[in-house]
Design a protein around this ligand. Structure first.
Ligand SMILES: Cc1cc2nc3c(=O)[nH]c(=O)nc-3n(C[C@H](O)[C@H](O)[C@H](O)COP(=O)(O)OP(=O)(O)OC[C@H]3O[C@@H](n4cnc5c(N)ncnc54)[C@H](O)[C@@H]3O)c2cc1C
Length: 814
């Protein structure tokens, strides 16, 4: 039986408030109406204080004289255009009385600040709280009406960014469908005490602006519900937004989310706002409090009794200083790991170890031994500036030359005894008690203060799952695992893929084989390769005239960098590249039909531009066939394409590239609170300038997310990261700091900015490339000029980091 108060207030609202709200066409009018009469009497035992979290103002509410048992972030309702923490004290005060330390932010309101301002603010506040609390386990999120939708949208954002979820959420009459497609909007129009559906649509339009109402961050009803935290949903049977809840619950349960749902009779939308007057409101909030308390961990700072400001929120973990076995552990001995090792050595930081799982150093340039393997970047640029090589034989280095160069670096800088070959990093786990990393390898364990992941982006071959491949009678291998024992002479060879590797080895093997079928999904843009030899006189000048060497390097750098204009600022500038590519095709491929198949249909640069002088002529040979039909299946002696044709094959070679968007996937790195890197990256890789990750103190990466390039030498980027990491380590040693961890909201802001910039680049013009992950996000490339990256990495901005130790370093200028 519903209480008489519920009946009475529903009736009162339906007859007085609802008609006035329906007529309030201007947001300001409706705002005044919604905020009128919001004067909740704060009980004597509660403290309400204005505060600020991550620069967003709001209110802290706690029960004084007691230690809060957990932390709660409340997102207020008000249709995204009205209300505040103050108007929603019926919620915040109730939860504070139930033992929560509550923060309610005054997120920015529409129409002045349309979507996604509210969600941006909510995320900033949430991440800042998580950071202050040292994790999300003692935090829950609640929201009512629009705030309920906002809380749910926030969960989507967190999941997509791989950021920690709260222990549980509670939603009261949440507004989850801004497209207003639920039946209840029509069926309950008369019975609802608050809204006519037209008023709901008006509110949605003001918040959405030009954004599609089905956008899952605006209408989280349409989002993927998998992986959301336990959820309580309370809604009213007779409200117009009833189906925003019923459908949400249905979808969330289908996605495996734990949901506690209740539909209340008689009461109106967001009735908990009347908790001093309606028993059902207090009952609903009590049930929610119990639900949240059951799932949340106790507050992280039992000592901070009655604290009411963000600054008083739980302090980060307090590690004791302990002496590690080695200061620095570098994982990987490719260009980036060796470059880091050289700079540590030169800086006099002698306590480091390089782990290499293989029996030889060299990374990419050790693994890729296929015929014709070479670099697409000029030799002088594709080498470490602090370890120059002056006797490159040609403008573009071949794999044996680069491999020899890396061996030479090891010898030149005396690194051999620092490198542990055949030693695989099995797991690195951060130990909060000691502030050190416990490094477990295939050859024993040790502790290190810093771990630097330098395992590269292109080391895990991507092999397509071709139906029937297990039935194939002949040998198969990937270009990065070339089978040199297999003589291809006289064989009928199938090559799958037309990427950077295939266009290098196909011209090399074609003269030996009886026949070669090259399976192409998308035609690459191919430009001529100006690969002249470097003569003895030029080598002499490079060796003996440092200025000449520097100028050479800079000339090549700026020539490559010009492409960044076209890739990131004005794709039209790539017309010249297009013309060059088409001219090469016309010159080298006489057959119209073959040329048509080899002509790309997307912007140059959207996929990596390739360079070759012998690729097209090879394809024009009679025993080489370009197959553009999709592969249907593999049979014991051939490959069947979608057109039903079976192409005979004795050998299959995969030129299908690498799993570039999940580079650290197999690496087991466990940070604070036992969170694994692969878990933190479930929604896609992300890091602060590709180098540091929140929750992983003293962990760095070289060649991490969004530091790859489509136009210039990645060695330039590696060097920027190496000097950044070195600066961090040196400053920490100088200042007596023992841990450093990037702030979660700083990293989140950085990544959002990177993703926004990427949307305006050639890589977002619609082609399917290995730069994009399964969600279509570009997690591999830096979105601008390399000198811009270098400029940003030149000095460490210490404001981006939480540090621990004796003294905090001064902030460097941004
Ligand atoms: C065929 C090919 C051509 C390329 N051409 C170009 C080019 O033209 N221009 C360009 O800029 N880039 C090019 N690249 C990209 C190239 O990968 C980078 O330029 C660079 O070499 C990467 O260096 P790295 O040290 O970061 O990684 P890698 O060279 O991949 O080295 C990583 C090392 O980490 C080791 N490792 C991995 N996991 C573990 C573990 N758990 N424990 C211990 N050791 C581990 C690996 O064995 C490896 O030795 C090319 C890549 C390939 C494959």
């Amino acid at each position: 039986m519903a209480s008489w108060q519920a009946h009475f207030i529903s009736f009162l609202l339906r007859t007085t408030f609802k008609p006035r709200l329906a007529k309030a066409l201007e947001a300001t009018q409706a705002r005044r109406l919604l905020e009128s009469g919001a004067a909740h009497k704060v009980p004597d035992d509660l403290d309400v204080q204005p505060g600020e979290v991550a620069g967003i103002p709001g209110e802290w509410v706690v029960r004084h004289g007691t230690t809060p048992r957990a932390n709660l972030l409340h997102l207020h309702g008000g249709g995204y255009f009205a209300c505040s923490a103050r108007t929603h004290r019926p919620y915040t005060c109730f939860f504070a009385a139930q033992g929560f330390r509550v923060f309610a932010p005054n997120y920015r309101l529409a129409p002045e600040h349309p979507f996604p301002a509210a969600i941006d603010d909510a995320q900033r506040v949430y991440l800042s709280l998580v950071e202050a609390l040292g994790g999300a386990r003692s935090l829950v999120v609640t929201g009512d009406s629009a705030g309920g939708g906002l809380a749910l949208a926030l969960m989507q954002r967190l999941r997509e960014a791989g950021q920690p979820m709260p222990a549980a959420i509670a939603l009261f009459s949440p507004w989850t469908d801004l497209a207003t497609t639920g039946r209840s909007a029509v069926e309950n129009e008369a019975s609802c005490s608050m809204f006519v559906s037209e008023a709901i649509r008006r509110g949605a339009a003001g918040y959405l602006g030009d954004v599609d109402p089905l956008h899952p961050h605006a209408s989280p009803l349409y989002a993927d519900m998998r992986g959301l935290p336990p959820m309580l949903v309370h809604a009213a049977e007779r409200e117009a937004m009833r189906d925003d809840s019923t459908r949400l619950v249905e979808r969330a349960r289908a996605a495996g989310v734990e949901v506690d749902f209740r539909l209340w009779p008689v009461v109106h939308h967001d009735w908990q706002m009347f908790q001093p007057f309606i028993p059902e409101a207090r009952e609903s909030l009590k049930i929610a409090s119990a639900f949240l308390h059951e799932r949340v961990a106790p507050a992280a700072t039992p000592g901070a009794t009655g604290s009411t400001t963000a600054n008083d929120a739980p302090a980060p973990h307090t590690a004791r200083v302990a002496a590690p076995d080695v200061e620095v552990c570098i994982v990987g001995s490719g260009f980036s790991g060796l470059g880091m090792a050289i700079q540590l050595e030169r800086a006099g930081i002698g306590s480091f170890r390089v782990l290499e799982q293989a029996g030889e150093i060299g990374g990419t340039w050790r693994d890729n031994t296929y015929p014709g393997c070479a670099c697409d970047i000029p030799s002088h640029l594709y080498s470490l500036s602090f370890a120059p090589k002056t006797d490159w034989s040609r403008m573009y280095p071949t794999q044996p030359e680069i491999r020899a160069y890396l061996h030479d670096c090891v010898a030149r800088f005396g690194l051999a005894n620092r490198i542990r070959l055949n030693t695989r990093l099995e797991q690195a786990a951060y130990d909060e008690a000691s502030g050190l990393w416990k490094v477990q390898t295939s050859d024993g364990s040790f502790s290190a203060r810093f771990v630097i992941g330098a395992i590269g982006g292109l080391h895990r071959p991507a092999i397509p799952a071709l139906p029937g491949i297990e039935t194939f009678a002949g040998p198969t291998f990937h270009s990065a695992r070339w089978d040199h024992g297999l003589d291809l002479s006289g064989k009928q060879v199938a090559v799958i893929g037309t990427g950077a590797s295939a266009i290098q080895f196909v011209p090399q093997i074609a003269p030996r084989v009886a026949g070669l079928d090259l399976y192409q999904r998308t035609a690459p843009w191919v430009l001529p390769k100006p690969n002249r030899p470097i003569g003895a006189r030029e080598q002499w000048a490079l060796r003996h005239v440092p200025l000449f060497r520097t100028l050479c390097r800079w000339r090549l750098y700026w020539r490559q960098e010009l492409f960044a204009f076209g890739f990131t600022v004005k794709p039209q500038l790539l017309d010249r590249a297009k013309k060059m590519g088409l001219r090469l095709l016309r010159r080298q491929v006489p057959s119209d039909a073959l040329r048509a198949k080899l002509t790309p249909t997307y912007q140059p640069g959207c996929k990596r531009i390739l360079i070759s002088n012998d690729y097209f002529p090879t394809l024009a040979q009679p025993h080489v066939k370009l197959v553009t039909a999709g592969i249907r299946e593999v049979r014991p002696h051939g490959v069947v394409t979608d057109d039903g044709v079976e192409h005979r094959a004795d050998v299959i070679i995969y030129g299908t590239g690498f799993q570039a968007t999940d580079t650290l996937g197999p690496l087991r790195v466990t940070g604070r609170d036992g969170v694994r890197l692969d878990e933190a990256w479930r929604g896609g890789m992300h890091a602060y300038y590709g180098t540091t990750v929140p929750g992983f103190p003293n962990f760095f990466m070289i060649s991490g997310p969004n530091t790859g390039l489509g136009h210039n030498s990645v060695i330039f980027m590696f060097e920027a990261q190496i000097s950044y990491v070195l600066d961090c380590i040196k400053t920490m040693r100088r200042r007596g700091l023992h841990t450093l961890e990037v702030r979660a909201h700083v990293e989140a802001d950085h990544n959002e900015a990177v993703q926004r910039r990427l949307l305006r680049t050639v890589w977002s013009t619609g082609c399917r490339s290995w730069y994009l992950d399964a969600h279509g996000r570009n997690v591999t490339l830096w979105p601008g000029f390399t000198f811009d990256y270098w400029r940003r990495m030149r000095r460490v901005d210490w404001r981006a980091y939480r540090t621990q130790g004796t003294r905090a370093p001064r902030s460097a200028p941004a």
